[in-house]
Design a protein around this ligand. Structure first.
Ligand code: TPP
Length: 633
């Protein structure tokens, strides 16, 4: 008899015997593997925390006690035992459950995550709210060793130690970020994990310290001082102890008895506690154990072999083209250096790292550090290219403004995963960058229409005297049938002539624009297609030429309307051709967060389908305006 189907909530997990728990852990793993094999998802992180999840839900009383999952990509076992087993196969599917914690899905998801390193600060806020309200529940942040490299995690540790309130931080240490974890902290954790003398000395020392007689006040103080200084020399987890935490561990994260015992101990301590848990990423599924980065986040695969399902589309991704172009450019330009924040593979920089190890920097999950580090390099004449996904670049906005653009430093931002990203959903959509980058003086903002243009733009960008951001999407690169014209500042590219209306597209939506223009031609409407290339500075001359020749415009972008590319075009016409901005319709993303689903469907849903473009262009061509564009019908 299977146990998982009988688990309706954490109370059912609490009733199980040790043997039943172990069987349940196996069933949970099978369910996770089967679901991720079909839908794609974050496999290895979730497999690594199955026992930890069971132990947390046995020791604590969720949702009264609060469990916060950092990043949230490891929450699959948590979802399975908190009432979402029936819907689990809909993971990351349109209308299905999210791959990350979602408050609207369950009261057990107390805080939404997706970006890393937020859990300790959020947990501290909940702990303080509890204190202020005079309540008494536990708050547990579960954070990986990768996420702990993010500055915000340290800021929160620092504050937690200072506030001294009851708070539990479970450090889920598998020595991996997506790729192997980097930095001094990673080496420190590895020493804690692997140096048996630490643990032994700690036990001996505690025994010895307990035997120091405590007689009278001054002797007691001296003993405390002695304890402190001895501890400083040899006690494991001293870094955390110095920050005001009690350090417990390291403990085997796949041993349920050990886990429950250390978590009970932690729950009885009245101040901040850090429980150091050692887990194996991908645990229980051999291909993921062998290759945890490949299975960190994966598309569909064959369960038996772990082989990726072959995708229908072929050709390189934008990331791969970026990585290969970086190698070619670095061969010509010795000052070119590349920086990633824990995404060497995702950004396509792994081959660059192998080829130019001294000119490649992985700073860990530390986007702010990545950007200001680039600023420093640029002040000394180097040419840094910082590759960060659009959604994570949000973290480094002040650094972009204050450290790069204010000083007009020649740094190139490779803004990957710009636009809709699909299955990861709302936390990961790259749909704000045009708005937030366009607002910053000195910064040039560009988007290639296809893969070849990305290479051209990158070459152009590293030759510029100031900062340039290149935004390009996730996935296979388009390959438009044309030889792209050379890049010139504030100049776009005419891909198709027209007289009635122009579709002015930024980035790969140019592909949809061309299809729409073909359909319009069949209806006798002459529609031009303009690849804008620049969101800032705009190709103003061409835009003015189009409208002054009497054509209307339809702008296309995968960015929110507010402050986006279309808004820039409207501002430009309002300034330079007042009155004509009424002949412009902007098609962009709506003012709401967009959940998980497949990108083509999402584009259709928000009114960026080819037929929507055709409809908008035909009514502009007819001299009218389309009905209010219905975002998210
Ligand atoms: C701010 C931010 N930058 C980058 C990422 C991409 N990312 C997701 S998980 C991950 C690694 C997390 O490592 P760790 O916390 O150790 O968890 P594990 O996957 O090893 O369980 C990274 C870099 C992110 N989610 N948030």
């Amino acid at each position: 008899m299977k146990i998982l189907p009988s688990i309706r909530g954490p109370a059912d997990v609490k009733r199980l015997t040790r043997g039943e728990l172990e069987a349940l852990a196996d069933e949970i793993r099978q369910e996770i593997v089967a679901t991720v094999a079909a839908n794609g998802g974050h496999l290895a992180p979730s497999l690594g925390v199955v026992e930890l999840t069971l132990a947390l839900h046995r020791v604590f009383n969720s949702p009264v006690d609060k469990i916060i999952w950092d990043v949230g990509h490891q929450c699959y076992a948590h979802k399975l035992i908190t009432g979402r087993r029936d819907r689990f196969r809909s993971l990351r599917q349109r209308g299905g459950i999210s791959g990350f914690p979602k408050r609207r899905e369950s009261p057990h998801d107390v805080f939404e995550t997706g970006h890393s390193s937020t859990s300790i600060a959020a947990a501290l806020g909940m702990a303080k709210a509890r204190d202020l309200a005079g309540e008494d529940f536990s708050v547990v942040a579960v954070i990986g060793d990768g996420a702990l490299t993010g500055g915000m995690a340290f800021e929160a540790l620092n504050n937690a130690g200072h506030l001294g309130t009851r708070l539990i931080v479970v450090l889920n240490d598998n020595s991996m970020s997506i790729a192997p974890n980097v930095g001094a902290l990673a080496s420190y954790l590895s020493r804690l994990r692997s140096d048996p003398t630490y643990a032994r000395v700690k036990a001996d020392l505690e025994h010895a310290l307990r035997r120091i007689p405590v007689v009278g006040d001054s002797v007691s103080k001296a003993a405390e001082r002695l304890k402190d200084s001895l501890k400083y020399l040899v006690v494991p987890g001293m870094l955390f102890e110095e920050l005001g935490f009690t350090y417990l561990g390291p403990v085997d994260g796949h041993n349920l008895t050990a886990l429950e015992s250390v978590l009970r101990q932690a729950s009885s301590i009245r101040g901040p506690v850090l429980v150091h848990v050692i887990t194996r990423k991908g645990k229980g599924y051999a291909p993921a154990e062998r290759n945890p980065d490949r299975f960190h986040g994966t598309g569909p695969f064959e369960v038996k072999t772990g082989e990726a399902e072959s995708s229908a589309s072929s050709g390189p991704s934008y990331g791969e083209i970026f990585g290969q172009t970086m190698i070619r450019l670095a061969e010509e330009e010795p000052r070119l250096v590349a920086i990633t924040a824990a995404m060497p593979d995702g950004t396509g920089l792994k081959p660059f790292a192998r080829r130019f190890p001294d000119r490649f920097f992985d700073v860990g999950i530390a986007e702010q550090c990545a950007v200001t580090f680039a600023a420093g390099l640029a002040t000394c004449g180097y040419k840094p290219v910082v590759a960060i996904y659009s959604t994570f670049l949000q973290r480094a906005y002040d650094q972009i403004i204050h450290d790069i653009c204010l000083q007009d430093l020649a740094v190139v931002f490779a803004v990957d995963r710009a636009g809709l990203v699909g299955d990861d959903g709302a936390t990961h959509q790259g749909i704000f960058d045009i708005s937030f980058l366009r607002a910053v003086p000195n910064l040039t903002v560009m988007a290639p229409a296809d893969g070849r243009e990305l290479s051209l733009m990158l070459r152009w960008a590293i030759g510029q005297p100031g900062p340039v951001a290149l935004r390009y999407p996730r996935g296979r690169a388009l390959s438009l049938e044309r030889t792209p014209e050379p890049i010139r500042r504030a100049t776009g590219e005419v891909l198709r002539q027209g007289t009635d209306v122009w579709i002015v597209a930024l980035g790969p939506l140019v592909g949809r624009a061309l299809e729409a223009a073909r359909r319009l031609a069949e209806r006798g409407i002459s529609c031009g297609v303009f690849n804008a290339r620049f969101a800032k500075p705009l190709p103003e001359k061409e835009l003015l030429d189009f409208v002054s020749a009497g054509a209307g415009l339809v702008t296309l972008e995968e960015n929110v309307a507010s402050g986006g590319f279309g808004a820039a075009v409207l501002e430009c016409l309002n300034r330079r051709a007042p009155g004509l901005e009424g002949r412009v319709v902007t098609l962009s993303l709506p003012d709401r967060f967009i959940d998980h689903g497949k990108v083509p469907h999402q584009l259709d849903e928000v009114g960026l389908g080819v037929e929507d473009i055709v409809a908008a262009a035909s009514s502009v061509a007819a001299g009218g305006r389309p009905r209010e564009v219905s975002h998210g019908r």
